[in-house]
Design a protein around this ligand. Structure first.
Ligand code: AMP
Length: 417
């Protein structure tokens, strides 16, 4: 199959050729005609499947094929994403694929000054890519008018629910026209997602491709059983003996990411954490440093890592296993993209064996256990020493830790990341 048969204009096809794509990915082959039919679409697709072009190409087609009324441009399509990084990446795709068209797009997200975003919106925008918070903020101020919207996209809807955006999505739903086309993309289909579908979509066309990574064809998975307190030493050992130069490491918490990144830097392994508490600038800096290989190790939480388009990442390490098995699939999906080989290594302590088992059940395969003859797993006195603490609360009122909150994680309930 090639792109010519999908109903896209020559100008759009030209930008696809310029980008170097020769054939549509399976999700694109299904989603593009579905979106062009004008019906609502529910698509099961995760990052890495080419889903972004799956909705941006037909939206560009729809907007560019209609005559634009005179006067200021009105927002015709709204693409909602859970994170700033994803908004930036989707915005970039809209610009690339629409480079031959007379279409204005604008990306808005929080954590940066609203002023440049406001002036872009005031100048007139056809496609708006936004995270929920900033969108509502500017909408409440009367800066954004969504009254002429034709298409509403919820990208990574599952992640939006995980991040607690349901109320914001409902608020947005109340200020956009009822008569519109809604497209929802989600990597997983939980009960909540299906309920959301009933609430927002009308008799959708269902589009699904085999989740590429559940088979994990090109991902070499390996796990090491290790005491918790030997994990940092083991990670350092793997990085230095394997000469790994670009590693994405996952921790379950933001503090865990900060702590590990500090320890690696002290061991002269360049590292930066990336998570929701980091400013937009810090995240962009971390990502750029990582892509250019100035930073060897990016330590990320699941949410922050979601949607990062880092090509052909050779190594992913689960410093801690996720307690939601699907997250493991997302994590290892960061490696071996575009047909390249990749390695996903998990460091598993005694308490995490139960998570390992649920992951293996989901994948329906056993993750092979690695052996290391040149690493000593015995806990040393140094490992047991209390890690150096940074006082994040300096100058603030101390808060009391609720004893009930400790270890309150369950298998089905993701920890706050
Ligand atoms: P996405 O799943 O939208 O994040 O896309 C994942 C990656 O696949 C991005 O780097 C895209 O540039 C790339 N991509 C999307 N569609 C195609 C295609 N038809 N052929 C080759 N690469 C593609």
């Amino acid at each position: 199959m090639n792109f010519n048969s999908l109903g896209l204009s020559d100008l759009i096809l030209q930008s696809i050729t310029d980008k170097g794509y020769t054939e549509p990915s399976p999700i694109q082959a299904q989603a593009i005609p579905a979106v062009l039919s004008g019906k609502d679409v529910l698509a099961a697709a995760q990052t890495g499947t080419g889903k972004t072009a799956g909705f941006t190409l037909p939206i560009l087609q729809q907007i560019s094929s209609k005559p634009r009324p005179k006067g200021k441009r009105k927002i015709k399509a709204l693409i909602l994403t859970p994170t700033r990084e994803l908004a930036a990446q989707v915005g970039e795709s809209v610009r690339t694929y629409g480079s031959n068209l007379d279409i204005n797009s604008c990306i808005i997200f929080g954590g940066v000054s609203a002023r440049p975003q406001i002036s872009q919106i005031r100048a007139g925008v056809d496609i708006l890519i936004a995270t929920p918070g900033r969108l509502l903020d500017l909408q409440n101020q009367g800066i954004i008018d969504l009254g002429s919207l034709d298409t509403f996209v919820l990208d990574e809807a599952d992640r939006m629910l995980d991040m607690g955006f349901i109320h914001d999505i409902r608020k947005i739903n109340r200020v956009i026209p009822r008569q519109r086309q809604t497209l929802m993309f989600s990597a997983t289909f939980s009960t909540e997602i299906l309920e959301l579908t009933k609430e927002f979509l009308d008799q959708p066309i269902y589009v699904q491709v085999a989740p590429r990574n559940t088979t994990a064809e090109n991902v070499n998975q390996l796990m090491y059983r290790t005491p918790k307190s030997r994990k940092t030493a083991l990670l350092k050992h793997l990085i230095s003996t394997g000469n790994w130069d670009q590693v994405l490491v996952f921790t379950r918490t933001k503090h865990g990411a900060n702590r590990l990144s500090d320890k690696l830097n002290r061991a002269k392994i360049t590292s930066m954490p990336i998570h929701g508490n980091k400013s937009q600038n810090a995240r962009v800096k971390a990502l750029e440093g990582f892509k250019s290989k100035e930073i060897k190790v990016l330590v990320a939480t699941d949410i922050a890592a979601r949607g990062l388009d880092i090509k052909q990442l050779p190594h992913v390490v689960n410093f801690e296993l996720p307690n939601v098995p699907e997250d493991y699939v997302h994590r290892i999906g960061r490696t071996a993209r575009a047909g390249a080989d990749g390695y996903a290594v998990s460091l598993v302590d005694q308490e995490e064996v139960k998570f390992l088992r649920s992951i293996e059940r989901l994948l329906d395969q056993k993750i092979p256990e690695g052996k290391l003859s040149n690493f000593d797993f015995t806990v040393t006195k140094q490992d047991e020493e209390e890690p150096r603490r940074v006082n994040f609360n300096r100058g603030r009122k101390p808060f009391k830790k609720s004893p009930n909150k400790k270890n309150k994680t369950t298998r089905n309930k993701p920890t706050k990341r």
